[in-house]
Design a protein around this ligand. Structure first.
Ligand code: NI
Ligand code: MN
Length: 227
Protein backbone atom coordinates (compact mmCIF):
# COMPACT_ATOMS: atom_id res chain seq x y z
CA UNK A 1 0.00 0.00 0.00
CA UNK A 2 1.35 3.41 -0.94
CA UNK A 3 1.69 5.95 1.86
CA UNK A 4 1.96 9.67 1.09
CA UNK A 5 2.44 12.26 3.80
CA UNK A 6 1.63 15.94 3.22
CA UNK A 7 2.71 18.64 5.67
CA UNK A 8 0.65 21.80 6.25
CA UNK A 9 3.01 23.48 8.67
CA UNK A 10 3.14 23.33 12.48
CA UNK A 11 1.98 19.77 13.29
CA UNK A 12 -0.79 19.41 10.73
CA UNK A 13 -0.43 16.47 8.37
CA UNK A 14 -2.48 14.55 5.89
CA UNK A 15 -1.44 10.96 5.35
CA UNK A 16 -2.89 8.97 2.50
CA UNK A 17 -2.80 5.22 3.13
CA UNK A 18 -3.86 3.74 -0.20
CA UNK A 19 -7.27 5.34 -0.75
CA UNK A 20 -7.80 6.34 2.89
CA UNK A 21 -7.19 9.95 3.95
CA UNK A 22 -6.05 10.46 7.51
CA UNK A 23 -5.59 13.96 8.92
CA UNK A 24 -3.38 14.50 11.95
CA UNK A 25 -3.95 17.52 14.23
CA UNK A 26 -5.59 19.63 11.49
CA UNK A 27 -4.77 23.15 12.70
CA UNK A 28 -5.27 25.12 9.51
CA UNK A 29 -7.38 28.32 9.69
CA UNK A 30 -5.26 29.90 12.45
CA UNK A 31 -2.01 28.27 11.34
CA UNK A 32 0.25 30.96 9.85
CA UNK A 33 2.12 28.31 7.84
CA UNK A 34 -0.89 26.54 6.35
CA UNK A 35 -1.77 27.39 2.80
CA UNK A 36 -4.76 25.10 2.35
CA UNK A 37 -8.51 25.59 2.65
CA UNK A 38 -9.76 22.88 5.00
CA UNK A 39 -13.03 22.84 3.05
CA UNK A 40 -11.10 21.19 0.23
CA UNK A 41 -9.49 18.47 2.34
CA UNK A 42 -10.73 14.92 2.21
CA UNK A 43 -10.79 12.99 5.47
CA UNK A 44 -11.83 9.48 6.40
CA UNK A 45 -10.13 9.71 9.80
CA UNK A 46 -8.82 12.54 11.95
CA UNK A 47 -6.29 11.73 14.67
CA UNK A 48 -6.02 14.31 17.46
CA UNK A 49 -3.01 14.00 19.75
CA UNK A 50 -4.09 16.32 22.58
CA UNK A 51 -6.48 19.08 23.52
CA UNK A 52 -4.45 22.19 22.70
CA UNK A 53 -5.94 24.54 20.14
CA UNK A 54 -2.97 24.24 17.76
CA UNK A 55 -3.83 20.52 17.42
CA UNK A 56 -7.62 20.33 17.78
CA UNK A 57 -7.63 23.07 15.15
CA UNK A 58 -10.43 22.65 12.61
CA UNK A 59 -11.28 19.06 13.54
CA UNK A 60 -14.92 19.80 14.33
CA UNK A 61 -15.66 21.60 11.06
CA UNK A 62 -13.85 18.99 8.96
CA UNK A 63 -15.45 16.05 10.76
CA UNK A 64 -18.93 17.56 10.43
CA UNK A 65 -18.43 18.12 6.70
CA UNK A 66 -16.79 14.78 5.88
CA UNK A 67 -18.19 12.43 8.52
CA UNK A 68 -14.61 11.38 9.29
CA UNK A 69 -14.01 9.18 12.30
CA UNK A 70 -12.15 11.15 14.97
CA UNK A 71 -9.62 9.13 16.95
CA UNK A 72 -8.49 10.68 20.23
CA UNK A 73 -8.03 9.78 23.86
CA UNK A 74 -11.18 8.93 25.83
CA UNK A 75 -11.60 12.40 27.35
CA UNK A 76 -11.14 14.26 24.07
CA UNK A 77 -13.33 11.81 22.13
CA UNK A 78 -16.13 12.42 24.67
CA UNK A 79 -15.63 16.19 24.34
CA UNK A 80 -15.91 15.93 20.53
CA UNK A 81 -19.13 13.95 20.95
CA UNK A 82 -20.48 16.77 23.15
CA UNK A 83 -19.66 19.20 20.31
CA UNK A 84 -21.93 17.16 18.05
CA UNK A 85 -19.52 14.77 16.33
CA UNK A 86 -21.13 11.40 15.72
CA UNK A 87 -18.13 9.32 14.67
CA UNK A 88 -15.61 9.31 17.48
CA UNK A 89 -13.31 6.46 18.40
CA UNK A 90 -11.79 6.70 21.87
CA UNK A 91 -8.50 4.96 22.60
CA UNK A 92 -5.90 5.48 25.28
CA UNK A 93 -2.19 5.29 25.85
CA UNK A 94 -0.73 1.87 25.26
CA UNK A 95 -3.86 0.73 23.48
CA UNK A 96 -4.00 -0.04 19.79
CA UNK A 97 -6.85 -0.65 17.38
CA UNK A 98 -6.91 -1.97 13.82
CA UNK A 99 -8.59 0.79 11.83
CA UNK A 100 -9.27 0.32 8.11
CA UNK A 101 -5.90 1.84 7.11
CA UNK A 102 -3.67 0.31 9.77
CA UNK A 103 -3.11 -0.45 13.43
CA UNK A 104 -2.95 2.73 15.50
CA UNK A 105 -1.37 2.55 18.92
CA UNK A 106 -1.46 5.55 21.21
CA UNK A 107 1.92 6.27 22.75
CA UNK A 108 2.80 8.41 25.71
CA UNK A 109 3.77 12.06 25.35
CA UNK A 110 5.13 14.44 27.96
CA UNK A 111 2.97 17.52 27.58
CA UNK A 112 -0.43 19.01 28.58
CA UNK A 113 -3.85 18.44 27.06
CA UNK A 114 -6.41 21.02 28.24
CA UNK A 115 -9.13 21.55 25.62
CA UNK A 116 -9.79 24.98 24.03
CA UNK A 117 -12.73 25.71 26.37
CA UNK A 118 -10.73 24.67 29.42
CA UNK A 119 -12.26 21.18 29.66
CA UNK A 120 -10.09 18.36 30.93
CA UNK A 121 -8.41 16.66 27.97
CA UNK A 122 -6.80 13.68 29.70
CA UNK A 123 -3.21 12.91 28.82
CA UNK A 124 -1.53 13.87 25.55
CA UNK A 125 -0.38 11.14 23.20
CA UNK A 126 1.58 10.28 20.12
CA UNK A 127 0.66 7.68 17.50
CA UNK A 128 2.44 4.59 16.21
CA UNK A 129 0.77 3.56 12.96
CA UNK A 130 1.58 0.17 11.49
CA UNK A 131 0.41 -1.04 8.10
CA UNK A 132 1.38 -4.23 6.29
CA UNK A 133 4.58 -2.59 5.07
CA UNK A 134 5.15 0.69 6.91
CA UNK A 135 5.60 1.80 10.51
CA UNK A 136 5.18 5.48 11.20
CA UNK A 137 5.75 7.18 14.56
CA UNK A 138 4.19 10.56 15.22
CA UNK A 139 5.66 11.82 18.49
CA UNK A 140 3.31 14.85 18.49
CA UNK A 141 3.90 17.43 21.25
CA UNK A 142 6.32 15.92 23.73
CA UNK A 143 9.55 16.27 25.59
CA UNK A 144 12.20 13.60 25.23
CA UNK A 145 11.54 10.35 27.12
CA UNK A 146 13.68 7.24 27.41
CA UNK A 147 10.92 4.88 26.35
CA UNK A 148 11.25 6.21 22.81
CA UNK A 149 13.78 3.37 22.69
CA UNK A 150 10.87 0.90 23.10
CA UNK A 151 9.05 2.58 20.25
CA UNK A 152 12.19 2.31 18.11
CA UNK A 153 12.34 -1.41 18.91
CA UNK A 154 9.18 -1.81 16.80
CA UNK A 155 11.16 -0.85 13.68
CA UNK A 156 10.15 2.67 12.65
CA UNK A 157 10.36 3.61 8.98
CA UNK A 158 9.46 7.27 9.46
CA UNK A 159 9.40 9.38 12.61
CA UNK A 160 7.70 12.77 12.76
CA UNK A 161 9.33 14.73 15.58
CA UNK A 162 8.89 18.20 17.05
CA UNK A 163 12.05 20.33 17.02
CA UNK A 164 10.67 23.75 17.96
CA UNK A 165 11.84 23.82 21.60
CA UNK A 166 10.04 25.92 24.24
CA UNK A 167 6.80 23.84 24.17
CA UNK A 168 8.30 20.52 23.00
CA UNK A 169 11.65 18.91 22.33
CA UNK A 170 14.19 21.22 20.79
CA UNK A 171 16.79 20.24 18.20
CA UNK A 172 19.26 18.67 20.66
CA UNK A 173 16.68 16.42 22.32
CA UNK A 174 15.11 15.64 18.94
CA UNK A 175 18.53 14.36 17.84
CA UNK A 176 18.63 12.16 20.96
CA UNK A 177 15.13 10.95 20.04
CA UNK A 178 16.37 9.97 16.58
CA UNK A 179 19.25 8.08 18.20
CA UNK A 180 16.75 6.10 20.32
CA UNK A 181 14.18 5.48 17.60
CA UNK A 182 16.56 4.88 14.64
CA UNK A 183 13.98 5.58 11.94
CA UNK A 184 14.90 5.37 8.27
CA UNK A 185 13.69 8.93 7.82
CA UNK A 186 12.85 11.71 10.27
CA UNK A 187 10.56 14.64 9.53
CA UNK A 188 10.82 17.76 11.72
CA UNK A 189 7.60 19.54 12.73
CA UNK A 190 6.27 22.06 15.29
CA UNK A 191 8.76 24.80 14.43
CA UNK A 192 8.77 28.22 12.69
CA UNK A 193 5.05 28.71 13.29
CA UNK A 194 5.73 31.60 15.69
CA UNK A 195 8.90 33.40 16.84
CA UNK A 196 8.97 31.35 20.08
CA UNK A 197 9.64 28.15 18.17
CA UNK A 198 11.89 29.35 15.37
CA UNK A 199 14.50 26.77 14.41
CA UNK A 200 16.88 26.09 11.55
CA UNK A 201 15.77 22.71 10.22
CA UNK A 202 18.77 22.50 7.90
CA UNK A 203 21.18 22.71 10.84
CA UNK A 204 19.18 19.95 12.56
CA UNK A 205 19.30 17.83 9.42
CA UNK A 206 23.07 18.17 9.28
CA UNK A 207 23.41 17.25 12.97
CA UNK A 208 21.19 14.18 12.59
CA UNK A 209 22.78 12.97 9.37
CA UNK A 210 26.33 13.37 10.70
CA UNK A 211 25.53 11.51 13.94
CA UNK A 212 23.11 8.80 12.80
CA UNK A 213 22.20 6.83 9.68
CA UNK A 214 18.74 8.44 9.60
CA UNK A 215 17.91 10.71 6.67
CA UNK A 216 16.06 13.92 7.49
CA UNK A 217 13.31 15.04 5.17
CA UNK A 218 12.51 18.75 5.57
CA UNK A 219 9.03 19.52 4.28
CA UNK A 220 7.73 22.98 3.49
CA UNK A 221 4.04 23.59 3.98
CA UNK A 222 2.23 21.87 1.14
CA UNK A 223 5.02 19.38 0.39
CA UNK A 224 4.26 15.69 0.02
CA UNK A 225 6.66 12.80 0.58
CA UNK A 226 6.25 9.12 -0.17
CA UNK A 227 6.98 7.00 2.91
NI1 NI B 1 0.44 21.29 22.72
MN1 MN C 1 1.50 22.28 19.97
Amino acid sequence: MSVYLTYYGHSALSIKFGETNVLIDPFLVDNPLADVDHNNLEADYILVSHGHEDHVGDTIAIAKRTGATVVANFEIANWFALQGLENVHPQHIGGGFLHSFGYVKMTQALHGSALPDGSYGGNPCGFLITTSDTTLYLACDTGLFGDMKLIGDEGVDAAVLPIGDNFTMGPKDALRAVQMISPTIAIPVHYNTWPLIEQDALTWKQAVESNTSTKVCILNSGDTVSI
